[in-house]
Design a protein around this ligand. Structure first.
Ligand code: FAD
Ligand code: FES
Ligand code: FES
Length: 502
Protein backbone atom coordinates (compact mmCIF):
# COMPACT_ATOMS: atom_id res chain seq x y z
CA UNK A 1 0.00 0.00 0.00
CA UNK A 2 1.37 3.40 -0.89
CA UNK A 3 0.06 6.78 -0.02
CA UNK A 4 -1.35 7.08 -3.51
CA UNK A 5 -3.43 3.92 -3.31
CA UNK A 6 -6.86 5.38 -4.15
CA UNK A 7 -8.86 2.27 -3.17
CA UNK A 8 -8.08 2.61 0.48
CA UNK A 9 -8.70 6.32 0.85
CA UNK A 10 -11.98 6.88 2.64
CA UNK A 11 -13.64 8.32 5.71
CA UNK A 12 -13.48 6.19 8.86
CA UNK A 13 -16.83 4.64 9.86
CA UNK A 14 -18.04 3.37 13.20
CA UNK A 15 -21.05 1.96 14.98
CA UNK A 16 -21.88 4.15 17.92
CA UNK A 17 -24.63 3.10 20.29
CA UNK A 18 -25.93 0.83 17.52
CA UNK A 19 -25.97 3.55 14.85
CA UNK A 20 -23.68 3.63 11.81
CA UNK A 21 -21.79 6.92 11.71
CA UNK A 22 -19.02 8.33 9.59
CA UNK A 23 -16.14 10.59 10.51
CA UNK A 24 -17.38 13.61 8.56
CA UNK A 25 -15.04 16.49 7.95
CA UNK A 26 -13.20 16.51 11.28
CA UNK A 27 -9.40 17.00 11.24
CA UNK A 28 -7.39 13.76 11.08
CA UNK A 29 -5.99 14.09 14.62
CA UNK A 30 -9.44 14.53 16.26
CA UNK A 31 -9.68 12.52 19.46
CA UNK A 32 -12.63 10.21 20.04
CA UNK A 33 -13.78 12.47 22.90
CA UNK A 34 -13.74 15.60 20.77
CA UNK A 35 -15.55 13.80 17.95
CA UNK A 36 -18.25 12.36 20.23
CA UNK A 37 -18.88 15.65 21.96
CA UNK A 38 -19.10 17.58 18.72
CA UNK A 39 -21.59 14.97 17.49
CA UNK A 40 -24.00 15.55 20.36
CA UNK A 41 -22.79 12.67 22.50
CA UNK A 42 -21.79 14.78 25.47
CA UNK A 43 -22.02 12.07 28.16
CA UNK A 44 -18.26 11.50 28.04
CA UNK A 45 -16.57 14.48 29.68
CA UNK A 46 -13.18 16.11 29.48
CA UNK A 47 -11.63 16.32 32.93
CA UNK A 48 -7.92 16.31 32.23
CA UNK A 49 -7.39 15.37 28.55
CA UNK A 50 -4.38 13.29 29.61
CA UNK A 51 -5.72 9.92 30.71
CA UNK A 52 -5.75 10.64 34.45
CA UNK A 53 -9.40 11.08 35.40
CA UNK A 54 -11.54 8.65 33.35
CA UNK A 55 -14.38 11.15 32.86
CA UNK A 56 -14.08 10.44 29.13
CA UNK A 57 -14.34 6.61 29.34
CA UNK A 58 -16.36 4.82 26.66
CA UNK A 59 -16.77 1.14 25.76
CA UNK A 60 -15.36 -0.55 22.68
CA UNK A 61 -16.13 -4.11 21.54
CA UNK A 62 -12.78 -5.92 21.41
CA UNK A 63 -11.86 -9.42 20.40
CA UNK A 64 -12.05 -12.13 23.06
CA UNK A 65 -11.43 -15.50 21.47
CA UNK A 66 -14.49 -16.41 19.42
CA UNK A 67 -16.59 -13.73 21.03
CA UNK A 68 -16.03 -10.17 22.15
CA UNK A 69 -15.57 -8.21 25.34
CA UNK A 70 -16.58 -4.69 26.30
CA UNK A 71 -13.40 -2.77 26.97
CA UNK A 72 -13.35 0.66 28.58
CA UNK A 73 -10.90 3.16 27.11
CA UNK A 74 -9.98 6.82 27.60
CA UNK A 75 -11.66 8.52 24.65
CA UNK A 76 -9.57 11.66 25.23
CA UNK A 77 -6.42 9.81 24.10
CA UNK A 78 -7.65 7.62 21.24
CA UNK A 79 -7.71 9.20 17.78
CA UNK A 80 -11.27 8.81 16.44
CA UNK A 81 -9.80 7.51 13.18
CA UNK A 82 -8.24 4.61 15.13
CA UNK A 83 -11.78 3.45 15.95
CA UNK A 84 -12.61 2.88 12.27
CA UNK A 85 -14.86 -0.19 12.03
CA UNK A 86 -15.28 -0.37 15.81
CA UNK A 87 -18.46 -0.69 17.83
CA UNK A 88 -18.50 1.97 20.48
CA UNK A 89 -20.95 2.39 23.33
CA UNK A 90 -21.07 5.62 25.29
CA UNK A 91 -22.96 6.27 28.51
CA UNK A 92 -25.90 7.41 26.34
CA UNK A 93 -26.10 3.94 24.78
CA UNK A 94 -26.38 1.89 27.97
CA UNK A 95 -30.04 2.34 28.88
CA UNK A 96 -32.76 0.60 26.89
CA UNK A 97 -35.34 3.33 26.41
CA UNK A 98 -36.50 4.45 29.84
CA UNK A 99 -35.01 1.33 31.44
CA UNK A 100 -31.69 2.07 33.15
CA UNK A 101 -28.83 -0.33 32.54
CA UNK A 102 -28.14 -2.46 35.67
CA UNK A 103 -24.94 -0.52 36.31
CA UNK A 104 -26.71 2.83 36.05
CA UNK A 105 -29.48 1.55 38.34
CA UNK A 106 -26.89 0.36 40.89
CA UNK A 107 -25.11 3.74 40.83
CA UNK A 108 -28.40 5.57 41.33
CA UNK A 109 -29.53 3.25 44.15
CA UNK A 110 -26.20 3.54 46.00
CA UNK A 111 -25.98 7.33 45.59
CA UNK A 112 -22.82 6.91 43.53
CA UNK A 113 -23.30 10.20 41.69
CA UNK A 114 -23.36 13.72 43.11
CA UNK A 115 -22.32 16.49 40.70
CA UNK A 116 -22.32 13.76 38.02
CA UNK A 117 -19.29 14.95 36.09
CA UNK A 118 -17.38 11.71 36.61
CA UNK A 119 -20.43 9.44 36.44
CA UNK A 120 -20.58 8.57 32.71
CA UNK A 121 -16.92 7.52 32.89
CA UNK A 122 -17.42 5.49 36.06
CA UNK A 123 -20.47 3.83 34.57
CA UNK A 124 -18.53 2.79 31.45
CA UNK A 125 -15.59 1.37 33.44
CA UNK A 126 -18.03 -0.41 35.76
CA UNK A 127 -19.98 -1.82 32.81
CA UNK A 128 -16.79 -3.30 31.33
CA UNK A 129 -16.09 -5.07 34.62
CA UNK A 130 -19.76 -6.08 34.98
CA UNK A 131 -19.43 -7.99 31.69
CA UNK A 132 -15.89 -9.28 32.25
CA UNK A 133 -15.79 -12.99 31.42
CA UNK A 134 -14.67 -14.89 34.49
CA UNK A 135 -16.07 -12.37 36.98
CA UNK A 136 -18.53 -14.96 38.25
CA UNK A 137 -15.68 -17.48 38.65
CA UNK A 138 -13.86 -14.86 40.68
CA UNK A 139 -17.05 -14.40 42.68
CA UNK A 140 -17.10 -18.11 43.53
CA UNK A 141 -13.44 -17.95 44.58
CA UNK A 142 -14.20 -15.00 46.78
CA UNK A 143 -17.26 -16.65 48.25
CA UNK A 144 -15.01 -19.58 49.33
CA UNK A 145 -12.51 -17.22 50.89
CA UNK A 146 -15.28 -15.17 52.46
CA UNK A 147 -15.92 -17.63 55.27
CA UNK A 148 -12.26 -17.32 56.29
CA UNK A 149 -11.87 -13.58 55.96
CA UNK A 150 -15.25 -12.44 57.28
CA UNK A 151 -16.94 -9.18 56.44
CA UNK A 152 -15.18 -5.99 55.37
CA UNK A 153 -17.10 -2.82 56.23
CA UNK A 154 -20.28 -4.83 56.38
CA UNK A 155 -19.60 -6.31 52.94
CA UNK A 156 -18.80 -9.99 52.70
CA UNK A 157 -15.75 -9.30 50.50
CA UNK A 158 -12.83 -11.69 50.28
CA UNK A 159 -10.29 -8.89 50.10
CA UNK A 160 -10.35 -5.12 50.09
CA UNK A 161 -10.02 -4.89 46.32
CA UNK A 162 -12.72 -7.39 45.25
CA UNK A 163 -16.41 -7.51 45.96
CA UNK A 164 -18.37 -10.61 46.93
CA UNK A 165 -19.61 -10.53 43.32
CA UNK A 166 -16.04 -10.85 42.02
CA UNK A 167 -15.96 -7.16 41.04
CA UNK A 168 -12.33 -6.10 40.74
CA UNK A 169 -11.99 -2.54 42.04
CA UNK A 170 -8.90 -2.08 39.84
CA UNK A 171 -11.40 -1.76 36.99
CA UNK A 172 -12.09 1.71 38.41
CA UNK A 173 -8.45 2.66 39.08
CA UNK A 174 -8.46 5.16 36.19
CA UNK A 175 -11.62 6.98 37.31
CA UNK A 176 -11.51 9.90 39.73
CA UNK A 177 -14.42 11.45 41.63
CA UNK A 178 -14.09 14.60 43.70
CA UNK A 179 -17.54 14.40 45.34
CA UNK A 180 -18.59 11.00 46.60
CA UNK A 181 -15.60 9.81 48.59
CA UNK A 182 -15.86 6.58 46.54
CA UNK A 183 -17.71 4.56 49.20
CA UNK A 184 -21.06 4.84 47.39
CA UNK A 185 -19.40 3.99 44.07
CA UNK A 186 -17.82 0.91 45.59
CA UNK A 187 -21.18 -0.08 47.10
CA UNK A 188 -22.76 0.18 43.64
CA UNK A 189 -20.00 -1.96 42.12
CA UNK A 190 -20.27 -4.63 44.82
CA UNK A 191 -24.06 -4.79 44.52
CA UNK A 192 -24.03 -5.85 40.85
CA UNK A 193 -25.39 -9.28 40.04
CA UNK A 194 -24.69 -11.38 36.97
CA UNK A 195 -25.49 -9.92 33.54
CA UNK A 196 -28.95 -10.86 32.30
CA UNK A 197 -30.57 -10.96 28.88
CA UNK A 198 -29.36 -7.48 27.90
CA UNK A 199 -28.25 -6.47 24.39
CA UNK A 200 -24.73 -5.71 25.60
CA UNK A 201 -24.48 -9.09 27.34
CA UNK A 202 -25.69 -10.92 24.25
CA UNK A 203 -23.40 -8.94 21.95
CA UNK A 204 -20.42 -10.70 23.57
CA UNK A 205 -21.36 -13.97 21.83
CA UNK A 206 -20.44 -12.60 18.41
CA UNK A 207 -16.90 -11.73 17.28
CA UNK A 208 -15.66 -8.14 17.49
CA UNK A 209 -15.36 -6.29 14.18
CA UNK A 210 -12.07 -6.91 12.40
CA UNK A 211 -10.13 -3.83 11.32
CA UNK A 212 -10.07 -2.90 7.64
CA UNK A 213 -7.10 -1.10 6.10
CA UNK A 214 -7.84 2.49 5.10
CA UNK A 215 -6.30 5.89 4.72
CA UNK A 216 -7.89 9.11 5.92
CA UNK A 217 -6.56 12.22 4.19
CA UNK A 218 -6.95 15.82 5.17
CA UNK A 219 -4.83 18.00 2.88
CA UNK A 220 -1.23 16.91 3.46
CA UNK A 221 -2.13 15.07 6.69
CA UNK A 222 -2.96 11.37 6.69
CA UNK A 223 -3.92 8.59 9.10
CA UNK A 224 -3.27 5.12 7.69
CA UNK A 225 -4.24 1.70 8.96
CA UNK A 226 -2.08 -0.72 6.97
CA UNK A 227 -3.34 -4.23 6.26
CA UNK A 228 -0.16 -6.00 7.29
CA UNK A 229 3.25 -5.59 8.86
CA UNK A 230 4.78 -5.60 5.37
CA UNK A 231 2.59 -2.66 4.40
CA UNK A 232 3.43 -0.85 7.63
CA UNK A 233 7.19 -1.23 7.11
CA UNK A 234 6.89 -0.30 3.42
CA UNK A 235 5.11 2.90 4.43
CA UNK A 236 7.71 3.60 7.08
CA UNK A 237 10.50 3.08 4.56
CA UNK A 238 8.80 5.62 2.30
CA UNK A 239 8.09 8.13 5.09
CA UNK A 240 10.54 7.73 7.93
CA UNK A 241 9.16 10.87 9.59
CA UNK A 242 5.80 9.12 10.11
CA UNK A 243 4.53 8.76 13.68
CA UNK A 244 3.70 5.20 14.68
CA UNK A 245 0.68 5.00 16.95
CA UNK A 246 -0.28 1.91 18.92
CA UNK A 247 -2.50 2.51 21.97
CA UNK A 248 -2.02 6.29 21.77
CA UNK A 249 -1.85 6.58 25.56
CA UNK A 250 1.38 8.50 25.17
CA UNK A 251 0.81 10.08 21.75
CA UNK A 252 -2.68 11.24 22.82
CA UNK A 253 -1.12 13.28 25.64
CA UNK A 254 1.33 14.81 23.16
CA UNK A 255 -1.57 15.80 20.90
CA UNK A 256 -3.77 17.22 23.67
CA UNK A 257 -1.30 18.83 26.04
CA UNK A 258 1.70 19.64 23.85
CA UNK A 259 -0.35 20.33 20.71
CA UNK A 260 1.84 18.00 18.67
CA UNK A 261 0.59 17.18 15.21
CA UNK A 262 1.99 14.74 12.67
CA UNK A 263 1.73 14.90 8.92
CA UNK A 264 1.51 11.13 8.71
CA UNK A 265 0.28 8.61 11.26
CA UNK A 266 0.63 4.86 10.84
CA UNK A 267 -1.71 2.92 13.14
CA UNK A 268 -0.18 -0.27 14.51
CA UNK A 269 -2.94 -1.26 16.93
CA UNK A 270 -4.85 -4.35 15.80
CA UNK A 271 -2.13 -5.23 13.23
CA UNK A 272 -2.35 -9.06 13.32
CA UNK A 273 1.43 -9.69 13.16
CA UNK A 274 1.99 -7.34 16.11
CA UNK A 275 -0.68 -8.69 18.44
CA UNK A 276 -0.90 -11.77 20.63
CA UNK A 277 1.34 -13.78 22.91
CA UNK A 278 2.91 -17.11 21.94
CA UNK A 279 4.87 -19.68 23.89
CA UNK A 280 7.48 -22.23 22.91
CA UNK A 281 10.08 -24.19 24.87
CA UNK A 282 12.74 -21.49 24.62
CA UNK A 283 10.88 -18.23 24.78
CA UNK A 284 7.69 -16.25 25.15
CA UNK A 285 6.94 -13.84 22.29
CA UNK A 286 4.79 -10.80 23.00
CA UNK A 287 3.48 -8.84 20.02
CA UNK A 288 4.55 -5.21 20.43
CA UNK A 289 1.02 -3.90 19.80
CA UNK A 290 -0.74 -6.28 22.21
CA UNK A 291 -2.49 -4.22 24.87
CA UNK A 292 -1.11 -4.63 28.37
CA UNK A 293 -4.51 -5.94 29.54
CA UNK A 294 -4.34 -8.66 26.86
CA UNK A 295 -0.72 -9.50 27.71
CA UNK A 296 -1.70 -9.76 31.38
CA UNK A 297 -4.64 -12.02 30.54
CA UNK A 298 -2.72 -14.24 28.12
CA UNK A 299 0.32 -14.67 30.37
CA UNK A 300 -2.04 -15.43 33.25
CA UNK A 301 0.74 -15.19 35.83
CA UNK A 302 3.27 -17.29 33.88
CA UNK A 303 5.84 -14.49 34.11
CA UNK A 304 5.62 -13.51 37.78
CA UNK A 305 7.81 -10.44 37.28
CA UNK A 306 5.37 -9.03 34.73
CA UNK A 307 2.41 -10.13 36.85
CA UNK A 308 3.87 -7.94 39.61
CA UNK A 309 4.35 -5.04 37.18
CA UNK A 310 0.92 -4.87 35.51
CA UNK A 311 -1.20 -3.77 38.49
CA UNK A 312 1.30 -0.98 39.13
CA UNK A 313 1.25 0.27 35.54
CA UNK A 314 -1.11 3.24 35.14
CA UNK A 315 -4.78 2.20 35.42
CA UNK A 316 -7.02 -0.42 33.85
CA UNK A 317 -8.28 2.21 31.38
CA UNK A 318 -4.74 2.96 30.22
CA UNK A 319 -3.68 -0.71 30.19
CA UNK A 320 -6.65 -1.46 27.94
CA UNK A 321 -4.87 0.46 25.17
CA UNK A 322 -1.20 0.82 26.19
CA UNK A 323 1.35 -1.54 24.66
CA UNK A 324 4.92 -2.66 25.31
CA UNK A 325 5.90 -1.40 21.84
CA UNK A 326 4.65 2.05 22.81
CA UNK A 327 6.29 1.96 26.22
CA UNK A 328 9.66 1.09 24.69
CA UNK A 329 8.96 3.34 21.68
CA UNK A 330 8.82 6.44 23.89
CA UNK A 331 12.40 5.72 25.00
CA UNK A 332 11.45 7.20 28.36
CA UNK A 333 13.97 6.59 31.16
CA UNK A 334 11.06 6.23 33.59
CA UNK A 335 8.91 3.80 31.61
CA UNK A 336 7.97 0.84 33.79
CA UNK A 337 8.45 -2.02 31.38
CA UNK A 338 12.19 -1.58 30.62
CA UNK A 339 13.43 -2.36 34.17
CA UNK A 340 11.25 -5.49 34.23
CA UNK A 341 12.22 -6.55 30.70
CA UNK A 342 15.92 -5.88 31.36
CA UNK A 343 15.76 -8.19 34.36
CA UNK A 344 14.10 -10.79 32.13
CA UNK A 345 16.93 -10.49 29.54
CA UNK A 346 14.34 -9.54 26.91
CA UNK A 347 15.24 -9.20 23.26
CA UNK A 348 13.48 -6.77 20.91
CA UNK A 349 12.48 -7.88 17.43
CA UNK A 350 12.81 -4.89 15.11
CA UNK A 351 11.14 -4.99 11.70
CA UNK A 352 11.71 -2.94 8.57
CA UNK A 353 11.10 -3.41 4.86
CA UNK A 354 14.54 -5.06 4.78
CA UNK A 355 13.54 -7.77 7.24
CA UNK A 356 13.88 -8.42 10.93
CA UNK A 357 16.72 -8.19 13.40
CA UNK A 358 16.95 -8.88 17.10
CA UNK A 359 18.53 -6.56 19.65
CA UNK A 360 18.91 -7.40 23.33
CA UNK A 361 17.07 -4.72 25.31
CA UNK A 362 20.29 -4.18 27.29
CA UNK A 363 21.87 -2.88 24.03
CA UNK A 364 18.82 -1.00 22.72
CA UNK A 365 18.95 2.40 24.46
CA UNK A 366 21.83 4.68 23.48
CA UNK A 367 20.95 7.96 25.23
CA UNK A 368 18.05 10.08 26.45
CA UNK A 369 15.06 8.91 24.37
CA UNK A 370 17.53 7.53 21.81
CA UNK A 371 17.99 3.95 20.66
CA UNK A 372 19.61 1.78 17.99
CA UNK A 373 16.23 1.58 16.21
CA UNK A 374 16.50 3.13 12.74
CA UNK A 375 13.79 5.57 11.58
CA UNK A 376 12.55 2.93 9.11
CA UNK A 377 12.17 0.29 11.84
CA UNK A 378 9.42 -0.49 14.29
CA UNK A 379 9.32 -2.75 17.31
CA UNK A 380 7.49 -5.90 16.23
CA UNK A 381 7.80 -8.13 19.28
CA UNK A 382 9.46 -8.68 22.62
CA UNK A 383 11.07 -12.06 23.21
CA UNK A 384 11.51 -13.28 26.77
CA UNK A 385 13.95 -16.20 26.96
CA UNK A 386 13.06 -19.25 29.05
CA UNK A 387 13.61 -20.61 31.63
CA UNK A 388 12.76 -17.69 33.87
CA UNK A 389 14.78 -16.90 36.98
CA UNK A 390 13.37 -18.52 40.12
CA UNK A 391 13.28 -15.36 42.26
CA UNK A 392 11.81 -12.25 40.71
CA UNK A 393 10.35 -8.98 41.88
CA UNK A 394 9.27 -5.58 40.62
CA UNK A 395 9.48 -2.53 42.85
CA UNK A 396 7.96 0.75 41.70
CA UNK A 397 8.48 3.74 43.92
CA UNK A 398 5.97 6.49 43.15
CA UNK A 399 3.96 9.02 45.11
CA UNK A 400 0.69 7.11 44.63
CA UNK A 401 0.22 3.36 44.71
CA UNK A 402 -1.75 3.31 41.47
CA UNK A 403 -1.87 5.41 38.32
CA UNK A 404 1.38 7.27 38.88
CA UNK A 405 4.71 7.66 37.11
CA UNK A 406 7.72 6.03 38.79
CA UNK A 407 10.36 7.97 40.65
CA UNK A 408 12.38 4.77 40.54
CA UNK A 409 11.53 1.29 39.27
CA UNK A 410 13.57 -1.87 39.77
CA UNK A 411 13.15 -5.35 38.27
CA UNK A 412 14.96 -8.26 39.93
CA UNK A 413 15.58 -11.74 38.52
CA UNK A 414 17.89 -13.96 40.56
CA UNK A 415 18.76 -17.65 40.56
CA UNK A 416 20.16 -19.23 43.70
CA UNK A 417 21.66 -22.71 43.66
CA UNK A 418 22.58 -24.41 46.92
CA UNK A 419 22.50 -21.08 48.70
CA UNK A 420 24.74 -19.29 46.19
CA UNK A 421 23.64 -16.74 43.60
CA UNK A 422 24.25 -18.34 40.21
CA UNK A 423 22.81 -15.50 38.13
CA UNK A 424 21.48 -12.02 38.80
CA UNK A 425 19.78 -9.52 36.53
CA UNK A 426 18.65 -6.14 37.83
CA UNK A 427 16.93 -3.57 35.61
CA UNK A 428 16.64 0.05 36.74
CA UNK A 429 14.42 2.94 35.65
CA UNK A 430 14.58 6.55 36.79
CA UNK A 431 18.28 6.64 37.69
CA UNK A 432 19.93 7.57 34.39
CA UNK A 433 19.17 9.04 30.98
CA UNK A 434 18.12 5.56 29.86
CA UNK A 435 16.84 2.44 31.60
CA UNK A 436 19.99 0.54 32.68
CA UNK A 437 21.15 -2.77 34.11
CA UNK A 438 22.77 -2.61 37.56
CA UNK A 439 25.89 -4.34 36.26
CA UNK A 440 28.10 -3.76 39.30
CA UNK A 441 25.48 -5.13 41.67
CA UNK A 442 24.79 -8.12 39.43
CA UNK A 443 28.50 -8.92 39.31
CA UNK A 444 28.86 -8.52 43.07
CA UNK A 445 25.94 -10.85 43.79
CA UNK A 446 26.98 -13.61 41.38
CA UNK A 447 28.81 -16.41 43.17
CA UNK A 448 28.08 -15.03 46.63
CA UNK A 449 25.90 -16.68 49.28
CA UNK A 450 22.29 -15.46 49.25
CA UNK A 451 22.28 -14.07 52.76
CA UNK A 452 21.80 -10.86 54.67
CA UNK A 453 25.45 -9.86 54.59
CA UNK A 454 25.61 -10.20 50.80
CA UNK A 455 22.34 -8.32 50.42
CA UNK A 456 23.46 -5.53 52.75
CA UNK A 457 26.66 -5.01 50.77
CA UNK A 458 24.88 -5.40 47.44
CA UNK A 459 22.28 -2.81 48.52
CA UNK A 460 25.05 -0.28 49.12
CA UNK A 461 26.45 -0.95 45.65
CA UNK A 462 22.98 -0.76 44.08
CA UNK A 463 22.35 2.58 45.82
CA UNK A 464 25.36 4.00 43.97
CA UNK A 465 24.38 2.67 40.51
CA UNK A 466 23.26 5.07 37.82
CA UNK A 467 23.35 8.86 38.00
CA UNK A 468 19.98 9.73 39.51
CA UNK A 469 18.94 13.35 39.28
CA UNK A 470 16.73 15.53 41.42
CA UNK A 471 13.45 16.70 39.94
CA UNK A 472 9.87 17.43 40.99
CA UNK A 473 9.26 13.70 41.61
CA UNK A 474 12.22 12.88 43.87
CA UNK A 475 15.71 13.98 44.88
CA UNK A 476 18.73 12.05 43.66
CA UNK A 477 19.50 11.03 47.24
CA UNK A 478 15.98 9.66 47.72
CA UNK A 479 16.23 7.70 44.48
CA UNK A 480 19.53 6.13 45.58
CA UNK A 481 18.12 5.17 48.97
CA UNK A 482 15.04 3.66 47.30
CA UNK A 483 17.23 1.49 45.07
CA UNK A 484 19.05 0.08 48.07
CA UNK A 485 15.80 -0.45 49.99
CA UNK A 486 14.22 -2.22 47.02
CA UNK A 487 16.94 -4.88 47.11
CA UNK A 488 16.59 -5.33 50.88
CA UNK A 489 12.80 -5.72 50.47
CA UNK A 490 13.26 -8.14 47.60
CA UNK A 491 15.65 -10.20 49.74
CA UNK A 492 13.27 -10.15 52.69
CA UNK A 493 10.41 -11.35 50.49
CA UNK A 494 12.46 -14.28 49.25
CA UNK A 495 12.95 -16.26 52.39
CA UNK A 496 15.85 -18.47 51.30
CA UNK A 497 18.16 -16.03 53.08
CA UNK A 498 20.34 -17.74 55.68
CA UNK A 499 21.44 -15.93 58.82
CA UNK A 500 25.22 -16.35 58.52
CA UNK A 501 26.31 -12.93 59.57
CA UNK A 502 25.24 -12.86 63.21
C1 FAD B 1 -2.53 8.53 32.81
C2 FAD B 1 -1.32 7.82 32.31
C3 FAD B 1 -0.63 6.98 33.15
C4 FAD B 1 0.51 6.33 32.70
N1 FAD B 1 1.16 5.51 33.57
C5 FAD B 1 2.27 4.87 33.16
C6 FAD B 1 2.94 3.99 34.05
O1 FAD B 1 2.51 3.74 35.18
N2 FAD B 1 4.10 3.43 33.61
C7 FAD B 1 4.59 3.67 32.36
O2 FAD B 1 5.65 3.13 32.02
N3 FAD B 1 3.95 4.47 31.49
C8 FAD B 1 2.80 5.07 31.85
N4 FAD B 1 2.14 5.89 30.97
C9 FAD B 1 2.68 6.12 29.62
C10 FAD B 1 2.06 5.24 28.52
O3 FAD B 1 0.81 4.75 28.90
C11 FAD B 1 2.98 4.06 28.20
O4 FAD B 1 4.22 4.53 27.75
C12 FAD B 1 2.38 3.09 27.17
O5 FAD B 1 3.02 1.85 27.26
C13 FAD B 1 2.48 3.62 25.75
O6 FAD B 1 1.95 2.62 24.88
P1 FAD B 1 1.01 3.05 23.67
O7 FAD B 1 0.79 1.83 22.86
O8 FAD B 1 -0.19 3.75 24.13
O9 FAD B 1 2.00 4.05 22.90
P2 FAD B 1 1.64 5.18 21.84
O10 FAD B 1 1.11 6.38 22.55
O11 FAD B 1 0.84 4.64 20.73
O12 FAD B 1 3.11 5.50 21.30
C14 FAD B 1 4.11 6.01 22.17
C15 FAD B 1 5.40 6.22 21.38
O13 FAD B 1 5.93 4.97 20.98
C16 FAD B 1 6.02 4.88 19.55
N5 FAD B 1 5.58 3.53 19.19
C17 FAD B 1 4.37 2.95 19.44
N6 FAD B 1 4.38 1.67 19.05
C18 FAD B 1 5.60 1.43 18.53
C19 FAD B 1 6.22 0.28 17.95
N7 FAD B 1 5.60 -0.89 17.85
N8 FAD B 1 7.49 0.40 17.52
C20 FAD B 1 8.15 1.56 17.65
N9 FAD B 1 7.63 2.68 18.19
C21 FAD B 1 6.37 2.60 18.63
C22 FAD B 1 5.12 5.96 19.01
O14 FAD B 1 5.57 6.44 17.78
C23 FAD B 1 5.21 7.02 20.10
O15 FAD B 1 6.37 7.79 19.92
C24 FAD B 1 0.98 6.54 31.39
C25 FAD B 1 0.27 7.37 30.52
C26 FAD B 1 -0.87 8.01 30.97
C27 FAD B 1 -1.62 8.88 30.02
S1 FES C 1 -10.46 13.48 30.16
FE1 FES C 1 -9.43 12.75 31.92
S2 FES C 1 -8.91 10.73 31.30
FE2 FES C 1 -9.77 11.55 29.54
S1 FES D 1 -19.91 12.94 41.42
FE1 FES D 1 -18.87 14.83 41.24
S2 FES D 1 -16.93 14.29 40.46
FE2 FES D 1 -17.86 12.41 40.93
Amino acid sequence: MTTTDPDRTREPRFTINGERRSFGNAPAHTTALAWLRSNRLTGAKEGCAEGECGACAVLVATSDGDGSAWTAVNSCLVPMAALDGAEVVTSEGLAEGPELHPVQAAMAAAGGSQCGYCTPGFVCSMTAEFYRPGRSIDAATHADAQTESGDVDGLPAADHEHGPNGFDLHALSGNLCRCTGYRAIRDAAYSLGAPGDEPLANRRNAPAPTPEPFELRRGDVSFTRPASLDEATALLAEHDDAVLVSGSTDWGVEVNIRARRAKRIIALDRLPELTGVSFDDDAIMIGAATTLSDVERELDGRVPLLAALFPQFASRLIRNRATLGGNLGTGSPIGDSPPALLALDAVLVLASSEGRREVPLAEYFTGYRASVRRPDELIAAIRIPLPLARLTGFHKIAKRRFDDISSVAVGFAVDVEEGVVSRARIGLGGVAATPVRALRTEEFLTGRPWNRRTLGEAARILGAEGTPMSDHRASSNYRSIMLANALLKFGAANTVIEEVDA
